[in-house]
Design a protein around this ligand. Structure first.
Ligand code: DAH
Length: 343
């Protein structure tokens, strides 16, 4: 019979159509308006009345079967296409990443961040100082009056025709912090920032460098508090086994004053190149805040006492990362950052 013959052919062709275009071609051939199955309906008119119903049903069955075969094939082709696309666009997460040379944080900031974290943990506040200072804040309030010999060591950059200068020490932030308090309350602060001094620019010196200043003012602050704080700092910064040693020294704004050494973290104190054979490395200057400074900044020395210290950022960075030339810290060469810190 014609219907079953057409249906059989249609199903076979839908079944073997492997591409979208072959499938569409088969669709046009059988199922479109002019397709063979649709055309069968036009024969209805010629049939005797009693055959019409069964013929109509047979054509409908044929259309349904062919449509189902077409749709099944369509779904299959679509699935195959999707699988191919997924395969083609697959991301191989095991491939090494494209090398984007992103560098590394500069040792200068690495040290500032680390020290800041240590003191934030101890409840200190971070204070921002100013790079341009007045003579009063940089020197006079810190007990360095005009013509004081300590000024010689800090000869610096003055702005012509004013009493402004590039600050020679972050210690200026001490005076600001104390004076800015209208009501005198205890202080625990650190202030990282740049300082400037006329200096040779060589492997270990730079006319611009960074310091981290610290100031604690409270009732009954003693040298023991200073020592305990520095010990904790040295251990956190340079390792649990580190010890500190205080040597007496002189700074105009502290009395007594000390230089603080840490036992060498490279050799553990036996003596090596890093500590120049001594087993100790000098890391900072410190002392009890001079009563004259407290007084000048509005804190009555009969009631208040305090300690202060100043750390050289580059010095710590050079020791910590074994950097031989201070200038490397300022040039931001990515290779240097990787070699020294990025490992
Ligand atoms: N301002 C000193 C300098 O630049 C460093 C210093 C020493 C800071 C002792 C202090 C201190 O706060 O107590 O050499």
């Amino acid at each position: 019979m014609e219907i079953s013959e057409i249906t059989e052919r249609a199903l076979k062709e839908f079944g073997s159509a492997d591409t979208e275009s072959a499938l569409e071609e088969a669709y046009n051939k059988y199922l479109s308006k002019k397709g063979e199955i649709s055309q069968l309906m036009s024969q209805m008119g010629k049939l005797p009345k009693e055959e019409k119903a069964s013929f109509g049903k047979a054509v409908n069955d044929a259309r349904n079967a062919a449509t189902a075969a077409y749709q099944a094939k369509r779904a299959e082709i679509e699935k195959k296409k999707l699988a191919e696309r997924l395969e083609k666009e697959a991301i191989d997460i095991t491939l090494p990443a494209k090398n984007k040379n992103i560098g590394h944080i500069n040792p200068y900031y690495a040290v500032i961040d680390e020290v800041t974290d240590i003191f934030l943990d101890m409840g200190y506040q971070v204070v921002e100082g100013r790079d341009v200072e007045t003579d009063r804040f940089n020197f006079e309030l810190l007990n360095v009056p005009k013509d004081h010999p300590a000024r010689d060591m800090q000869d610096t950059y003055y702005l012509e025709g004013s009493d402004l200068l590039l600050r020679t020490q972050t210690s200026a932030a001490q005076a600001h912090t104390m004076l800015e308090k209208e009501v005198k309350t205890p202080i625990r602060m650190i202030s990282p920032g740049k300082a400037y001094r006329r200096d040779d620019d060589d492997m270990t010196h730079s006319h611009q460098f960074a310091q981290i200043e610290a100031l604690v003012v409270d009732h009954n602050i003693s040298m023991a508090n200073l020592k305990a704080t520095l010990e904790l700092f040295a251990k956190k910064m340079f390792g649990e086994k580190r010890e500190i040693r205080l040597r007496s020294s002189y700074f105009p704004f502290t009395e007594p004053s000390v230089e603080v050494d840490v036992s060498c973290f490279a050799c553990g104190g036996k003596g090596c190149k890093t500590c120049k054979g001594t087993g100790w490395i000098e890391i900072l200057g410190a002392g009890m805040v001079n009563p004259k400074v407290l007084e000048a900044c509005g804190y009555d020395p009969k009631e208040w006492s305090g300690f202060a210290f100043g750390v050289g950022v580059e010095r710590v960075a050079m020791l910590r990362y074994g950097i031989d030339d201070i200038r490397r810290i300022y040039t931001d060469d990515v290779r240097f950052l990787k070699d020294y810190i990025g490992k």
